[in-house]
Design a protein around this ligand. Sequence first.
Ligand code: TMP
Length: 214
Amino acid sequence: MACFITFEGSEGCGKTTQIRILADRLKAIGHGVITTREPGGCPIADKIRGILLDAENGALTPLSELLLYAAARSQHMAEVVKPALACGHVVLCDRFTDATVAYQGYGRQLDRETIDRLNVLATGGIRPDITVLLDCPVEIGLKRAMARINTTSGAREERFELEAMEFHRRVRSGYLELAAREPERFIVINGAAGVEETSVEIEAAILARLPGGS
Ligand code: TMP
């Protein structure tokens, strides 16, 4: 049965690893699973991702940044998320609209009403059924994120990692505020724990909420 599950958290919280593990576990028990990410998930949105994360684009204005996230999301919804949900798949998406509220809203301090309107426009009103928030102290997360960037070849996607500590603290507390407001949608997990321990916790929480059970 279709289910839209998003993963959120500040830099280096471990989302990408956990999505891979959960996808394998859900497939092993017979679910049709699609994994994807934002910004990106399809060729056009991946090109927009390149602009958004390139550390050389420091001159990007907060509003241009917001509009590019919305453009990437609109394309990704049309090409990937809507068709996968229509086919009855479980869609695991690495970041979604809550990231825009946390980063552009709490982080950049852009107007919340504008962000909400753009999110509705870009998604056509589709909202996640479940959101896993991997919460992690910013010092630990940034250390992990920079270690990953320094060992990855290709483009250095570090425009956000280079932001001030205060920005990352606003993002983290923004996410926690969003989770507190919608406890029925959010599952908050400690992202500072070990990979295996975290994955067991996520799997149990997802199986308990997945439509039709495990
Ligand atoms: P990632 O490193 O988790 O792939 O995410 C890419 C970066 O984009 C990350 O620093 C968070 C940021 N981001 C936003 O600022 N707004 C958004 O709407 C999304 C989806 C991501």
